[in-house]
Design a protein around this ligand. Sequence first.
Ligand SMILES: Nc1ncnc2c1ncn2[C@@H]1O[C@H](COP(=O)(O)OP(=O)(O)O)[C@@H](O)[C@H]1O
Ligand SMILES: [Mg+2]
Length: 213
Amino acid sequence: MIGRFITLEGGEGTGKSTQARRLAKALEARKLKCLVTREPGGSPGAEEIRKLLVSGEPGRWDALTETLLIFAARADHVARTIGPALVEGRYVISDRFTDSTYAYQGVGRDMPRETIRRIESVVLDDFKPDMTLVLDLPVDVGLARARARAKGAASDETRFEKFDVKFHERLRQAFTDIAKRAPDRCTVIDASGTEDEVAEAIWTQVARRFALG
Ligand SMILES: Nc1ncnc2c1ncn2[C@@H]1O[C@H](COP(=O)(O)OP(=O)(O)O)[C@@H](O)[C@H]1O
Ligand SMILES: [Mg+2]
């Protein structure tokens, strides 16, 4: 028995964490076993590496070192968390995965796409999500949501807000470009509706993809 691997991608405040939980609820209501996880992190070792990535200034690591740390964390996440859950037949829902590296380190930090692709190929072979939901939202709306959430949030939830709006515009474009390059895997979701509306749009796509009632 092998499960399904679904990832949620998109910029800050687009609703990834909210919708990861909602999707798990919808699947569990149909008696399907789930695991919700996130990156960077998602396993004890990867959470240790996350601390290196999210503490200190965003420019603490040069772009290649940062990319390698992220893939080191991802290798552990896949080996220790995602892989075993898939073997148990679970729906694994990850709040971010490799597409975020192409967006943040690729477009955000000018790492060549081909370099990331080569690292991905060594680390993950051809392991890819079965389905990726790209949550798309105007940057100002996402940042306003993230800012509202920031009250009391951990600093790792707020650090990218230090970047300017242009950075977030490039990220948004990067995610929609990724979706265009992999149309069989990726579905762009309009994330501007209410939480319920976005959950409904996601459920429609997931149910169709995996032939769920
Ligand atoms: N559809 C929505 N409409 C309005 N606010 C939302 C919606 N979805 C999520 N939020 C709120 O916006 C903030 C950011 O959502 P979150 O799921 O944390 O985004 P992300 O994980 O993509 O950064 C949270 O405070 C959340 O409660
Ligand atoms: Mg989140």
